[in-house]
Ligand binder design. Sequence first.
Ligand SMILES: C[S@@+](CC[C@H](N)C(=O)[O-])C[C@H]1O[C@@H](n2cnc3c(N)ncnc32)[C@H](O)[C@@H]1O
Length: 335
Amino acid sequence: MNAGSTTKPLPRTPELIAQAYAAMSDQEAERVQAGFAAAAARPVTLRANALKTAPGEVAEKLTERGIPFERVPWYEDAFVLGDGVREKTVWELELYQEGKVYLQSLSSMLPPLALAARDGADVLDMCAAPGGKTSQIAALTGGTAHITACEMSAPRAEKLAYNLSKLGVHGVNIMRTDARRLDEFFSFDHILLDAPCTGTGTFRLGDDRAENRMTGKLLAKTARSQRALLDRALTVLKPGGTLLYSTCSILPEENGEQVAAALRRHRDCSIVPLAVQQAGVADDDAKPLPASTRALAGAFEDGSIPTLKSAVEGTVTVCPSQRFEGFYLALIKKQ
Ligand SMILES: C[S@@+](CC[C@H](N)C(=O)[O-])C[C@H]1O[C@@H](n2cnc3c(N)ncnc32)[C@H](O)[C@@H]1O
């Protein structure tokens, strides 16, 4: 650059983000790039905790405090706060301090909705801390699910316990353990595997530190872990049960490729479509999917939740955008 030039350096692109673009059509790469740019102005979002309040009360209290918000058509408990409202404003609310709301990104509200655990079911959350999705599963089942929540990291397991208690989620069996080594003696009706990943879906243009985090070395490590976690999950899933696999990544290596390989290793398992028109029907046995899963299918189809092409049909890759982090969801059923 010439001395005295005012040209700003271009934002750097982490190796894995460049790798993601290379795997897409030009049109999709442009949408993703625009999403990463818009992410800088992503609004703060929260979930009304149905175990302690109703969305009506949250709407009323936010209005009283002069905090603007919008709702979304696919989930009555989700609130999108107005431009310029920061997390700090939420921390100061009684609603927050009393555990009536939980700060949670819109994308991370999707896996429990797609899993749609039955009331009273045995549910395993394999990678649970800090507990946003564990508590959402509890709320969606009215506190009736028997939940086991695994977390490998000790400080994160403590945070999980704290959050569950604050949110009024009782009776969860918290296991501070490596879920890859869960005893095969266990069995569950539903499993959420919100896997450790590179986090490429959460990238924001201009975040130069992402370059040090999102590396090929990290991808190799997370992909190994995802494979082992998927194998263990599909082993401890009961026949007839469902597993929701999710990542906050847009890399095929962590998403469709993992799922396709797992289905080749576990021939008794298959995809339940989340994204196609017939998503109202669970598969061969033609059981209707729960309302929350159908609402999501509608939102994927009408574009209110933007998606990218997924290599495995019926699974969903959420396109990064101003509102949504890039995310991946696959619902798998065991025969
Ligand atoms: C993507 S975060 C989970 C976020 C969480 N589901 C939520 O909604 O709040 C992944 C978590 O998995 C934990 N983890 C990673 N590998 C694990 C393993 N093998 N067994 C159990 N937990 C693991 C990490 O420590 C991290 O807390």
